[in-house]
Design a protein. Structure first.
Length: 101
């Protein structure tokens, strides 16, 4: 999904095949196939018979939506728990985040 967000893979362009990605990422083809199934189920990629997989026109928006949901549902609660455990205030966090954004 990072390649979609970064623009390395653009809407309606063909993406590497399952085999190409498995070699590039040094993972089993079944792992890539599972990822493709998830991306397809989410409407991020679509198969074109005999041509491979292509990004859908709304792929980038869908990835943003999924990533935001993941952030709010998983990352943010974990962050809040860590802030509380470490005694870090929101003001302290904001001060540290400003130069990073």
């Amino acid at each position: 999904m990072n390649r979609i967000l970064s623009g390395a893979w653009r809407a309606e362009e063909r993406i590497p095949s399952v085999r190409e990605l498995s070699v590039e990422l040094s993972v089993n083809t079944h792992t890539v196939l599972k990822a493709f199934d998830l991306l397809s189920d989410s409407g991020i990629i679509a198969s074109r018979r005999g041509m491979g997989y292509f990004l859908t026109p709304e792929a980038r928006d869908k990835v943003y939506e999924l990533r935001r949901r993941e952030f709010y549902d998983s990352t943010l609660p974990e962050l809040a728990s860590n802030l509380k455990a470490l005694g870090i205030s929101l003001a302290d966090l904001e001060e540290r985040l400003k130069p990073l954004l």
